[in-house]
Ligand binder design. Structure first.
Ligand code: ADP
Length: 457
């Protein structure tokens, strides 16, 4: 078992990992940038090491500093959290070279899935349906145009190294394709240092459904149910829930089996998520990508199943193996997560960092708040704008929505605007209550949902 784990991250996920380590009797080492010395993760860890200035490239993304710090404190494991270096294959390899266990998959697995065009091929080889589109990376735009003619417009141009919705562009006809392909290439080059693109048929009426998996690294893989993350803005998840409320038992089983098949085919180690689009018209599902890390929305699965996913990550990395088998995974009730961000919903979700003058988190049965914030804490402007994740559980979806409403309404955050008023408005829409929406819905209806005035103290 691991004895001392360095958490190469910040914010709520660092706090989350510290808690799981502590329950397992593993010592924790926090790292922090000069802008983060007041963050809760620094206070909660057994030890904390400052790794550099505020800029992430000089601290949380500085592999040399992180591995140096881990060696200095004699950590035998590094947990990367999500974001930053979590899906950096070279970092995973560098940890191995330094004799430190990376809590996550091997560099090889990360590399296979990081290139989304390669991942599509691997999925197809594992018998998993993929969105109709190009094979591998495109060399030139003419090649893409031929594929688009074959599968029919509209098509989506995607960056092979993509993430966070960047480098993704729609094309409704050949003219748009040639124009937007070049823009997408430039955007991909700027964001990822890799201009490779590929093409998928655009699925207009779809839900985003993803399956949580755990792998032992030797081909043993289980799924821990699915999450529906279709409420999106700019291809980014806003609200997540589980189980997916709009699929049949057959489709659900198909998704679970596909996710396990793909993960087993690469001897996946640790926690991962296989993402799919469910075409609501064709009643079919297609693989879109695999995320080789613990995800922001992992608590949805935890409250639905009682499985502590971070604990499982640590057990697998420590050589103990997973503590459960497929038959032990039982889903009950319904779970919803809202991401509470320091953003102003009335001003196009402009980030609103600053000091939390007052801060009182909600509680009560079935309410979980994952956060690194407290009264007096200052949300720094350098990183993502997340204040907290609220996760609720209830016996059914309607009760879960009502519970989330109560939790959000009772959440006191004063000093800076947050996305709470936006979430409250969203939960009250007919579309959300009846689950009659697709991945496009929020983007198209945002004007109706958005609160008119920002809530500042
Ligand atoms: P990223 O890695 O940038 O997050 P993903 O491939 O995971 O990109 O897709 C993010 C979101 O973009 C999906 O949840 C969905 O809303 C939309 N999307 C992706 N592929 C398609 C597609 N082929 N058709 C329609 N929407 C898509």
């Amino acid at each position: 078992m691991l004895k001392r784990v360095l958490i190469a991250n910040r914010g709520e996920i660092a706090v989350r990992v510290i808690r799981a380590c502590r329950e397992l009797g593993i010592e924790t080492v926090a790292v922090y940038s000069e802008a983060d010395h007041d963050s809760l993760h620094v206070r909660l860890a057994d030890k904390a090491v400052c790794i550099g200035p505020a800029q992430a490239t000089r601290s949380y993304l500085n592999t040399g500093s992180l591995i140096g710090a881990a060696m200095y404190v004699k950590a035998d494991g590094i947990h990367p959290g999500y974001g930053f270096l979590a899906e950096n294959a070279d970092f995973s390899d560098e940890c191995v070279d330094a004799g430190i266990k990376f809590v996550g998959p091997t560099g090889k697995s990360i590399r296979q899935m990081a290139d989304k065009a390669v991942a599509r091929t691997m999925a197809a080889e594992a018998g998993v349906p993929t969105v109709p589109g190009s094979d591998g990376k495109a060399v030139d735009v003419a090649e893409l145009a031929a594929v688009a003619d074959e599968i029919g417009y509209p098509v989506l141009i995607k960056a092979a190294a993509g993430g966070g919705g960047r480098g993704m562009m729609l094309a409704e006809n050949p003219d748009q394709l040639s124009q937007n392909a070049m823009t997408a290439q430039a955007e991909a080059q700027a964001a990822f240092g890799d201009s490779s693109i590929y093409l998928e048929k655009y699925i207009g009426n779809a839900r985003h459904v993803e399956v949580q998996v755990l792998g032992d690294g030797k081909g043993g893989v289980i799924h821990v149910g699915e999450r529906d993350c279709s409420m999106q803005r700019r291809h980014q998840k806003i609200v997540e829930e589980g189980p997916c409320p709009v699929i049949t038992r057959n489709l659900r089983n198909g998704l679970h089996e596909a996710a396990v098949a793909l993960s087993a085919s690469v001897d996946y180690e640790g926690a991962g998520t296989v993402e799919f689009l469910v075409d609501l018209d064709a009643k079919a599902f297609y693989f879109i990508e695999m995320n080789t890390r613990i995800q922001v929305e992992h608590p949805v699965t935890e409250v639905l199943t009682g499985v502590d996913l971070v604990r499982e990550q640590l057990l697998i990395a420590g050589g103990e193996g997973m503590s459960l088998k497929q038959k032990d995974v039982k889903l009950r009730g319904h779970a919803i997560e809202c991401r509470v961000n320091a953003e102003d919903g009335a001003r196009n979700f402009m980030p609103s960092p600053g000091t939390l003058v007052e801060y009182i988190a909600p509680g009560g049965p079935g309410v979980r708040v994952d956060s690194h914030c407290y009264a007096g804490y200052t949300v720094p402007p350098y990183y993502d704008s997340m204040i907290a994740k609220i996760i609720v559980w209830a016996p059914d979806r309607t009760e879960a929505i009502d519970r989330m409403r109560t939790a959000l309404a009772g959440y006191v955050i004063d000093g800076i605007p947050s996305t709470i008023p936006f979430h409250l408005a969203l939960l009250d829409t007919d579309a959300f209550r009846k689950s009659k929406f697709n991945t496009q819905w929020l983007e198209k209806n945002i004007e109706d949902v958005m609160p008119q005035e920002s809530m500042t103290a």
